[in-house]
Design a protein around this ligand. Structure first.
Ligand SMILES: *Cc1c(COP(=O)(O)O)cnc(C)c1O
Length: 394
């Protein structure tokens, strides 16, 4: 038993998956080993032959990685979890495990930039085409379906504008056409949103973001049922090799222990910052699903519980020059494209994360030259406001 089904979320986050060794360690152990020793030739043969369970090699299984996988599966409500070397490796393993040449993906346009590049430049080379649609236009998803559509892919809330996709409605459309729904749950985390409970088939994480929460390590995970994830996705990871290191797994499983507390703090501060920004001179618009002014605030309230995430965006009057002035006048916030860190980060999407888009694509995606994204960390809100005020007033 890796956890008690009766346990609540916070208890699972602290205790699920731990298996103590006979040393009686309180905190989880790290197992930095590439292979495992067998008691006999017959045992080795049985393990390799699959007639006896047990560790063989850390590309396949590792006890520290397994603890992380079982803990995250318990939080997302999935039968199986496969940890990967990065969030992109989780997306790669999902596609290789569940798709084949000739299949078709319908994807939200508002996804992580590298995921767009992966679909259009790499999956396409192996015969898998992708159609991009608006996250919030549910009818567009249905219209984009082809007889060979096998996967719907989305992120909600989206980056950086906090657009919301209706997971339950899109799961219904996907399933009516024999396709699977994969949700990249990086922004909401299982603390606020559990896509499997809403009908999704696959949940994807970049553990690099909030699961670590302190910007130390790269990792990812895929969560779902025993067949699709436990067999098909796991098969890709153990064969192709984008496995998670046990050191990183240890960082992430300790991160899960404080995830709920941290997310609550990120959400509270982000909402306070969003409300404050709405009152600031020179700010044309604030994008945050927790604001009443957000066009999908009602759906966000229904789908997310306990908060609306730690990422917000706002548009300043005066275009790129004004946006860069705000960024360059900060003295504390980190000018970096990462997010989900205890340290607040500030980014100019039009010239960084979305810099590769054409002007038309930027306009389509709502990435204006005056747009600034802030991933609100765990510092005092008053200090964050003071840091932004300098550039806003300039
Ligand atoms: C960062 C990120 C990824 C990719 O994760 P890596 O760990 O950087 O490979 C995927 N999706 C979202 C939403 C992300 O923010």
């Amino acid at each position: 038993m890796t956890f008690d089904e009766e346990w609540g979320f916070a208890t699972r986050a602290v205790r699920a998956g731990q298996q103590r060794t006979n040393e009686g360690e309180h905190s989880e152990a790290i197992f930095p080993t590439s292979s495992y020793v067998f008691r006999s030739a017959a045992e080795a043969a049985a393990r390799f032959g699959g007639t006896e369970p047990g560790n063989i090699y850390s590309r396949f299984t590792n006890p520290t990685v397994r603890t992380f996988e079982q803990r995250l599966a318990a939080l997302e409500g999935g039968q199986a979890c496969v940890a990967t070397a990065s969030g992109m490796a989780a997306i790669l393993a999902t596609c290789l495990g569940l798709l084949k040449a000739g299949d078709h993906i319908v994807s939200s346009r508002a996804i992580f930039g590298t995921t767009t590049v992966f679909f259009t430049n790499y999956m396409a080379r192996f015969g898998v085409e992708t159609t991009f649609v608006s996250l919030s236009d549910t009818a567009a998803w249905a219209a984009a379906v082809r007889p060979n559509t096998r996967l719907f892919f989305l992120e909600t809330p989206s980056n950086p504008l906090g657009e919301i996709g209706d997971i339950a409605a899109l799961a219904e459309i996907a399933h009516a056409h024999g396709a699977l729904l994969a949700v990249d749950n990086v922004y909401a985390t299982p603390v606020m949103q559990r896509p499997l409970e809403l009908g999704a088939d696959i949940v994807i994480h970049s553990a690099t973001k909030y699961i670590d929460g302190q910007g130390r390590a790269l990792g990812g995970a895929v969560i779902g049922d025993a067949e699709k994830v436990g067999k098909d996705v796991f098969g890709v990871v153990r064969t192709a090799g984008p496995s998670m290191s046990p050191f990183n797994a240890w960082i992430f499983l300790k991160g899960l222990e404080t995830l709920k507390l941290r997310m609550r703090a990120h959400c509270e501060s982000a909402l306070a910052m969003a409300r404050w920004l709405e009152t600031q001179p020179g700010v044309a618009r604030v994008y945050y699903p927790g604001l009443e002014s957000h066009p999908q605030h009602e759906l966000a309230k229904r789908q997310l519980s306990g908060g609306f995430g730690g990422v917000l965006a706002f548009e300043v009057e005066g275009g790129r020059e004004a946006a860069w002035r705000v960024i360059d006048n900060t003295r504390m916030m980190s000018i970096t494209a990462n997010l989900g860190d205890a340290k607040t980060t500030i980014t100019h999407p039009a010239t960084t994360t979305h810099g590769r888009l054409t002007p038309e694509q930027k306009a389509d995606a709502g990435i204006a030259e005056g747009l600034i994204r802030v991933s609100v960390g765990l510092e005092d809100v008053a200090d964050l406001q003071a840091d932004l005020s300098r550039g806003l007033g300039a």
